[in-house]
Design a binder for this molecule. Structure first.
Ligand code: ADP
Ligand code: MG
Length: 693
């Protein structure tokens, strides 16, 4: 009997397929390249390309593309057919090693932050052998990095691969220094939980704001919001179930272990989580997942909203990035084991992480930021913009006791260092009491970074996490190196842990991250609280950040500068679209409705009219005036900003002036929506959009 999983991975040219189809030496050579132990020569690449083409044609593909991730955060592809005429004019299919390995998409319209503008505009794509090739619709997709003629990264993947490599080296070294010489490589595992909203396509089509900006620029929370929590983990509506089934089947064919699906907190909000995998692949697969969610929604008469905050006053959507480091023989370095207090390696890796996050908290904040996420981070919802780490009291107690139990100099003896601690018993696996308000939480054997926006690529966040962790581990190695005896190394490692806790304990917080008290407390502790995306971008000018990335070989100063410019541009452009959309909708949908409704009441107003008519007439007049003047001012601010360069200063001006003005306009329109009659106000309301599934 066939099972729904029978086609799992059928659209991926994965390891099994390669082993089966490639001559043994070719397969071995590919394996070595993936393990970073060799490079592909031309004949090998040709052999792989040939087998790949055969497989692709057998599976219905007609085209191939180098699939890449420009700095703007999405994915891009340019399709080429396999078919060509031969010398005699007959149609043949062709796909060579060269075509597999290297491409030159023109793609010059992607912003490059100045990297391509100077004298050589060409950009090249190169096959990323570590992420499997797959088929989507009729196209063979080859994951690639995208670099300039001078070798500068024009994408998000190349730096991520560099960072993973830096972390691999750094983590392996520490593991080796601590006495485990079997380990040759370490990799990062990532599991990305994806939140999204589904609404009826019909409503989506009627709202310009949803279509152009991904969010509602005005709209009142429905009478029934999320206060009853009756949607969360409730039964999934049948239409949505059908949609999810379709999504899952597509993901499984692409070798993505879509595992968990459930209703989220807000009405019409859902979550999809795959099983974790290698970081680079997890990031690629998340891009694919977002694309499949969007397209499948359309097929089922829905619109899938991946925006961080499509609806005001109900929860927005994020992406949780579950992060762990694993050795090539399968040991999770964040796994506390049975007696975490005895597990020096575990404590050292946790401390390295604490140090990294505290030293680069603003950078980490930036890595999870985008214009849409400004409505979540630091606003009245999870998680706060202040970075802190939640360890759970069990691990925290161990660290603190380690810190306070420091034996006096001289009288310390290796085997007694842990004496007060070894009585701590076996830790149940769900020791983490799931503080949902923490932006970075230790959840048993991994760190869950919860700040990412739902629409974002997870590439930069994992580049940052892996880079800062690599630097932290490198500093630790430097201290351990040269110590002769293992027992001394272990003692030194504990000393390092102590001094890290001493220095960085301010980043540990287990209370309510949403509370006002925390904002004050964090300020007392000197923890940065950066309010917006545009302000966070400035951290890329920080010398310490530039040095960290450069010394690890992750980004050059020039690449960082380009990325900073692109982020600034991205903010300015997003806001430009939002402002113009708001102005247009107000002019075309809102003011005419308000005026018609005003006319209606005004014409009935008079001496004998019921009091209500008079009140409503007056209310509508006031709302028309405030909406009109708000839009007028917003237009002025927009015009003013429009002539300026798309840089930080302009962005900041928009953030300081336009954003509050948009909120003011919104308040007037929302107040109108509250009293509007459906006869006049025709835009789909929150209650239509959120409760029609
Ligand atoms: P929750 O919603 O409670 O956070 P989920 O089960 O929905 O938990 O998601 C947890 C995510 O973390 C999944 O993608 C899972 O595969 C991933 N994950 C589990 N263990 C690890 C690990 N060791 N490293 C990285 N990711 C992990
Ligand atoms: Mg989670």
């Amino acid at each position: 009997m066939s099972t729904p999983y029978e086609d799992f991975g059928s659209l991926v040219f994965g390891e099994d397929e390669m082993r089966e189809r490639l001559p043994k030496p070719v397969y071995e050579s590919w394996k070595k390249t993936v393990a970073n132990e060799g490079t592909l020569d031309r004949p090998t690449a040709d052999a792989i390309a040939h087998a790949m083409k055969r497989w692709a044609l057998e599976n219905g593909a007609t085209h191939f593309t180098h699939w890449f991730q420009p700095m703007t955060g999405g994915t891009a592809e340019k399709h080429d057919a396999f078919i060509e005429p031969d010398a005699a004019g007959n149609a043949i299919t062709r796909f060579s090693g060269k075509m597999l390995i290297k491409g030159e998409p023109d793609a010059s319209s992607f912003p490059s932050g100045g990297l391509r503008a100077t004298f050589e505009a060409r950009g090249y794509t190169y096959w990323d052998v570590t992420s499997p090739v797959f088929i989507r619709e009729d196209v063979l997709c080859i994951p690639t990095v995208f670099v300039s003629y001078n070798g500068e990264a024009l994408d998000k993947k190349e730096p991520l691969l560099n960072a993973l490599q830096a972390l691999n080296k750094a983590a392996t070294k520490v593991v080796n220094l601590l006495g485990d010489h079997e380990v040759k490589n370490c990799s990062v595992s990532v599991g990305l939980e994806q939140e999204y909203f589904l609404i009826d396509r019909e409503y989506y089509e009627k709202r310009l704001d949803l279509k152009l900006t991904g969010r509602t620029l005005f709209g009142m929370p429905a009478t029934k919001g999320q206060e009853l929590d009756d949607h969360y983990f409730g039964s999934i509506p049948p239409r949505v179930k059908e949609f999810m089934k379709d999504v899952n089947e597509q993901l499984w064919k692409l070798g993505i272990y879509a595992k968990t699906e459930h209703n989220e907190v807000a009405p019409a909000q859902f979550e999809l989580a795959p099983i974790f995998s290698d970081a680079n692949i997890a990031v690629d697969q998340n891009q694919l997942t977002m694309d499949i969610l969007r397209k499948t929604a359309e097929k089922h008469g829905f619109a899938c909203l991946l925006h961080e905050k499509p609806f005001d006053k109900i929860n927005g959507s994020g992406k949780h990035n579950n992060y762990s480091i694993v050795t090539d023989n399968g040991q999770n370095l964040f796994d506390p084991g049975k007696k975490p207090a005895d597990n020096i390696r575990f404590l050292l890796f946790i401390c390295a992480f604490i140090k990294a996050v505290d030293e680069y908290s603003v950078l980490l904040r930036l890595s999870a930021s985008c214009p849409g996420n400004d409505h979540r981070l630091g606003a009245n919802e999870a998680p706060p913009a202040i970075i802190s780490i939640y360890l759970g009291s069990y691990i925290e107690d161990i660290l603190y006791s380690l810190y306070s139990e420091k034996p006096k100099e001289k009288e310390k003896k290796t085997d007694t260092v842990f004496a007060p601690l070894t009585t701590l018993a076996y830790m149940p696996h769900d020791n983490t009491d799931r503080n949902r308000t923490s932006p970075v939480a230790f959840t048993g054997n991994k760190f869950e970074f919860r700040m990412l926006g739902s629409s974002m690529s997870a590439a930069f966040a994992n580049t940052v996490l892996s880079s800062i962790m690599a630097e932290s581990l490198n500093e630790i190695s430097a201290e351990l190196e040269g110590i002769k005896y293992l027992s001394d190394i272990r003692e030194k490692a504990l000393d390092i842990c102590r001094s890290i806790i001493h220095k960085h304990k301010r980043i540990l917080f287990s209370g309510d991250g949403y509370s006002d008290e925390w904002v004050k407390e964090a300020e007392r502790r000197g923890l940065p609280n950066v309010h917006s995306f545009i302000e966070a971008i400035e951290v890329l000018k920080d010398k310490k950040v530039i040095h960290m990335f450069e010394s690890l070989g992750v980004y050059t100063a020039k690449e960082l500068d380009a990325n900073r410019k692109i982020m600034e541009e991205q903010y300015d452009r997003t806001m430009d679209i939002e402002i113009r959309t708001m102005i247009e909708m107000t002019r075309k949908d809102v003011l005419p409705a308000m005026t018609a409704e005003y006319d209606f009441y005004h014409s009935k107003d008079g001496k004998d009219a019921p009091a209500f008519i008079g009140t409503r007439t007056k209310q509508l007049k006031d709302l028309i005036d405030s909406t009109y003047s708000g839009i007028d001012e917003l237009t002025k601010i927009w015009k003013d900003a429009n002539g300026k360069p798309e840089d930080y200063e302009t962005g900041k001006e928009i953030y300081d002036k336009a954003v509050p003005m948009m909120e003011k306009v919104r308040a007037s329109i929302d107040r109108y929506e509250e009293i509007a009659s459906r006869e006049f106000f025709k835009l789909p309301l929150y209650e239509d959009m959120l409760f029609s599934l």
